[in-house]
Design a protein around this ligand. Structure first.
Ligand SMILES: Cc1ncc(COP(=O)(O)O)c(C=O)c1O
Length: 1013
């Protein structure tokens, strides 16, 4: 491949050994041979010998040949250049593009923040916890809401969560909603998709075509007539036609009827000088009850529609103390460590799926954490004045453009009486679609043809959105285009624009603090040092696949050709991205062996929901309406039962008997599905089984040997088979999921396919399906024809689950990775991941029992579970540390050795689930194994160490009990918090002999114990 001159990479790849290793696997050929030899094997494929031949993939998946580093960089740059970016854009439509402060790419490059996992180990995650806390605080200040969660996927799914939340809050069991027809149609489609088949119902109240809003006079009688079942009214502040709704009147109406006021807002427009804060809506100023919004544009460019940042807020004040307990998602709260140091910790997690399973408030697990981090950085970088300027510049640009364009003969405001802020609909004397195309030819993305949103429009309506990105010359070019395409402006024509009433505007200032760029860079850098990254060393969180995330993926995703593309860009200008999406569809057909793929879901749990929604649609299409049971093994991840509930399979029980909904299947002593129990359940629920959800390899790291038989039994019963593919890192390229009998599977791209975890998200998912389910796929399929890449709706689609194309930025990352792997790499990746786990297990087995105990001889795939030896438990018990309280602190000992903890107490209460991945050398794995063995000796000899762990992190053990008793989830920001340093930094620990670490632990523990006395 010949190389044109490329921009220099922002790092030196040769200084990053994992980056330049083939397939990002740094283990040498000798390493691999030595590890295989230790297991008595000679070749990688022997690792899969126990998997039945009929379900094995014969040939490597048909991906293109792998690209070397330089060719890969060249390729992704060329691919991004196949998109045509305009010189000017007026696209927005709920996802505008603002100037991004320089601090944001700086923070995005802080690998310890970007690659870390969800902060379940708070002592090693204060960096992430603080950035997410800052996000909560900034958004609370802008919105006037006291509790903003640490993010939802996007605005559309946040709206769905708001409806569920309002229904839970309704004391009278109300489940009906009125949704204003002026909400974004894409969001309404997601609502429709996700509420179909559930007990929530809704009606859409149409827009008044004269006013561009939904008048209270129309809404009120409808609401009053349904008051006894009305759980909430959902309305936008700025609607999909750019018009401002009467938010006070709507809030007052909802409250008068005992329903919740759910507002959809744009936080950017709530800056000082902008629109009224939702926390003060209502005639009495009591505020709306639930807040939903999109904040992607506060932090990052459009990325063809995602990753988004769904804002979700609740009230949490003297009069509304309990509502927050019904909220979905994660909250970061104020806390202290045992020594009284200020700290942060996740609070209220007993609502979440990993604890409450089918009774959780939502199935969301991975959220959009890192976009929230970046949004906090962006807001703080702008500060009070910068936020005001961005908001007011957007407004000023809209007004300037309106004055100019309304002088063009025949052009008028579609809703001349209705106030707008920074987006407006023009009525044109020509077809809006043809004007959009004329503009495109002049490298201008003019706006969105919104004629279909206005009854009787006739194709003449165009929505233009404004931000702080347009310069005066852009507005001049806009005017010139109209003049040329429509007619010469009449300079003398008086233009009158509707005033924004004072009641719609913010009265008080937000009061955001102002710090300079240098201070903020130093602050975020020191926060990143409180975390650790899989860049450095093994990050052994089982089930989470914390592998190395290539730097080049980030470069690819940030290429302007990809990142600056708006999802409403004409398809002709989006061919580069569409080709990537098309190729991903093809690659995942090859990787899974299944015939169809959707790239729309944004996380594993959303993939599960897509799967179950398709199951419902399939059964409905066959008139098979009585299927109300989903079978899920006891060991499944909490998202599985939570998803089934959200899909509409709500569990009803009489005593211990499950009447409908989620039914648990027990595991046999070998940790696999108990076939006798499965047979009993098939008999008991004959004709009613909608499907089964099975994680494979399962959460014990064992391949479900009877998967294909189970699938055949379920199919014979008329049910369908969902495979939770969170563990695809173990089998990609080796197992054919069609042969296994899978109907739907999700791949977590933030596990197997190297998307960074971002301290909680954003994740991404790709769902592949069987022939049966292909017609029901969500969203659109990218198809290739003589006309390039175009879109096609699957014939019986369940509808969209994302307002656009999903987390496209992440698809670019996954694509870049897949091109580096190529045909050979997919198999090599999973084989080395399995080898690493099996080797590590082999090293630890003589010292630690395996769980489940009967499986100690079953071949492990990518992960394994160990526990402490009986003798150690007894020693600990003698020292006053019960079995139940030993494993958590033992996990924290890993922090003292410079590692992250493994997954503790899931799915086995006394288990440590370890997943090393393919990203480390044999020497690194050996040091890790030696460390774990030394930990065992340490606590065996001196059990009290478990009272004082961890010792070297910036804070001691966090007191999460009191953080959950007195929950504080936001505060007014005035000063930058003091960032505490590591007592011994992980880098330093990595250089220390293990015995020196052990000695330092003994000393630190003794000192702490003395201090405590
Ligand atoms: C086995 C399993 N299933 C499902 C999920 C949920 O995926 P996500 O967090 O991407 O929603 C996870 C996440 O950790 C998992 O480990």
């Amino acid at each position: 491949m010949s190389h044109t001159t490329l921009p220099p990479l922002p790092y030196d790849p040769t200084a990053l050994p994992r980056e330049t290793a083939r397939h990002y696997i740094p283990a040498t050929a000798q390493d691999l041979q030595a590890m295989l030899g230790a297991l008595g094997l000679s070749q990688l494929d022997e690792l899969f010998a126990h998997i039945p031949m009929p379900v094995r993939m014969i040939d490597p998946p048909g991906l293109p040949e792998e690209l070397g580093y330089a060719d890969l960089y060249q390729h992704v740059v060329a691919q991004s250049q196949k998109n045509c970016l305009p010189d000017i854009t007026f696209l927005g439509d709920g996802l505008p593009h603002y100037r991004v402060p320089d601090l944001v790419p700086f923070v995005a490059g802080l690998r310890e923040l970007m690659t870390a996992y969800t902060p379940y180990q708070p002592e090693r995650s204060q960096g992430t916890l603080m950035t997410q806390w800052l996000y909560q605080c900034c958004l609370a200040m802008l919105t006037g809401f006291e509790a903003i969660n640490a993010s939802q996927y996007d605005r559309a799914t946040a709206l769905v969560e708001a409806l569920y939340t309002a229904a839970r809050l309704s004391r009278q069991g109300r489940t009906h909603f009125l949704l204003l027809g002026s909400l974004w149609p894409q969001d309404l489609e997601v609502v429709h998709t996700l509420l179909t088949g559930t007990r929530l119902t809704y009606e859409i109240v149409p827009i008044d075509p004269e006013r561009g809003t939904v008048p209270l006079a129309v809404l009120e009688p409808q609401a009053v007539a349904q008051a006894d079942r009305l759980a909430g009214i959902a309305f936008p502040q700025v609607n999909s036609l750019g018009c401002l709704e009467d938010v006070d009147g709507l809030t007052e109406l909802a409250h008068r009827l005992g329903a919740r006021a759910i507002v959809v807002t744009d936080p950017m427009l709530l800056a000082t000088g902008g629109l009224k804060a939702p926390g003060t809506f209502g005639v009495e100023g009591e505020g709306a009850d639930i807040l939903v919004g999109e904040a992607q544009h506060l932090a990052i460019p459009p990325h063809y529609g995602g990753p988004g940042l769904g804002v979700f807020g609740m009230r949490y004040n003297a009069t509304r103390q309990q509502d927050i307990r019904q909220a979905p998602g994660r909250f970061v709260g104020d806390a202290q460590d045992e020594a009284g140091r200020p700290a942060k910790v996740m609070v209220l997690s007993t609502r979440e799926q990993h604890i409450r399973r089918h009774k959780a408030t939502s199935n969301i697990c991975t959220n959009q954490g890192f976009v929230a981090t970046l949004a906090a950085a962006a807001i703080l970088a702008r500060g009070e004045e910068g936020m005001r300027q961005a908001c007011m510049q957007a407004r000023a640009n809209a007004l300037t453009a309106a004055c100019r364009l309304l002088q063009v003969p025949g052009v008028s405001l579609a809703f001349p009486e209705t106030p707008f802020w920074n987006a407006m609909v023009l009525a044109l004397p020509c077809s809006s679609a043809s004007l959009v195309e004329t503009a495109r030819q002049r490298r201008m993305h003019l706006g969105v043809d919104v004629s279909s949103r206005i009854p009787g429009s006739g194709g003449h309506h165009l929505l233009l959105s404004f931000s702080d990105l347009q310069e005066p010359e852009h507005l001049e070019r806009l005017g010139a285009l109209f003049a040329e395409a429509i007619g010469t402006p009449r300079a003398e024509a008086a233009v009158s624009l509707p005033e924004v009433p004072a009641a719609f505007r913010r009265r008080e200032s937000v009061g955001l603090p102002t710090w300079d760029d240098k201070q903020l860079r130093a602050f975020f850098t020191s926060l990143s040092e409180q975390n650790i990254s899989p860049d450095r060393t093994c990050y052994p969180l089982g089930s989470c696949t914390m592998k190395y995330n290539p730097y080049i993926n980030e470069v690819a995703a940030a290429l302007p050709g990809f990142a600056h593309l708006h999802p409403d860009a004409p398809l002709a200008d989006a061919q580069g991205t569409l080709e990537v999406l098309y190729n991903i569809q093809e690659y995942f057909k090859a990787i899974t062996g299944l015939p169809a793929v959707t790239t729309q879901p944004v996380a594993g749990a959303q993939g599960e929901l897509v799967g179950l929604k398709m199951f419902q649609a399939y059964h409905r299409s066959r008139g098979d309406m009585q299927r109300d049971i989903v079978l899920i093994p006891h060991s499944a991840h909490g998202t599985n039962p939570a998803t089934a509930t959200m899909a509409g399979f709500e569990t009803a029980q009489r005593g211990a008997e499950t009447l409908s909904g989620v039914v648990e299947i027990s595991a046999g002593p070998n940790g696999q599905i108990a076939m006798d129990h499965l047979h009993q359940l098939l008999d008991r629920y004959r004709g009613r089984i909608a499907g089964i959800m099975i994680t494979n390899p399962n959460t014990s790291g064992v391949f479900e040997r009877h998967f294909a038989d189970i699938a055949a039994l379920i199919h014979a019963e008329g049910g369908l088979v969902y495979m939770d593919g969170a563990n695809m890192n173990a089998i990609a390229g080796w197992v054919n999921l069609s042969a296994l009998g899978v109907d739907a599977v999700h791949n977590n791209n933030h596990k197997t396919w190297t998307i960074p975890h971002g301290g909680g998200g954003p994740g991404d998912a790709i769902v592949a399906v069987s022939e049966r389910l292909a017609p029901f796929l969500p969203g659109v399929q990218v198809v290739h024809s003589g006309h390039g890449y175009t879109l096609q709706h699957p014939p019986q689609s369940i509808g969209s689950v994302h307002r656009h194309f999903g987390n496209v930025g992440h698809k670019i990352r996954a694509y870049t990775y897949l091109r580096a792997l190529g045909r050979e790499g997919v198999r090599r990746m999973s084989a080395v991941a399995v080898l690493a786990a099996r080797y590590l297990h082999h090293r630890l087995k003589p010292h630690f029992p395996t769980l489940p105990q009967e499986t100690s001889d079953s071949p492990r795939m990518h992960e394994f579970i160990i526990t402490l030896p009986e003798a150690t438990f007894e020693t600990l018990e003698a020292a006053g540390i019960s079995r139940a309280r030993a494993i958590g602190p033992f996990g924290k000992l890993f922090l003292d050795f410079g590692y992250h903890a493994p997954t503790v107490s899931f799915p086995e209460a006394q288990g440590l689930m370890i997943e090393p991945t393919e990203s480390y050398t044999k020497a690194e794995l050996d040091r890790f194994a030696d460390s774990i063995i030394l930990m065992l000796h340490l606590v065996h000899a001196q059990p009290t160490i478990l009272h004082t762990v961890p010792h070297f992190t910036p804070v001691d053990r966090i007191d999460d009990v009191s953080a959950n008793k007195h929950v504080v989830v936001s505060a007014r920001l005035t000063t930058l918090a003091q960032v505490l340093p590591n007592r011994i930094a992980p880098d330093q620990l990595a250089q220390m002999p293990l015995e020196a670490i052990a000695e330092a632990i003994r000393t630190a523990s003794a000192a702490k114990l003395q201090g405590h006395r």
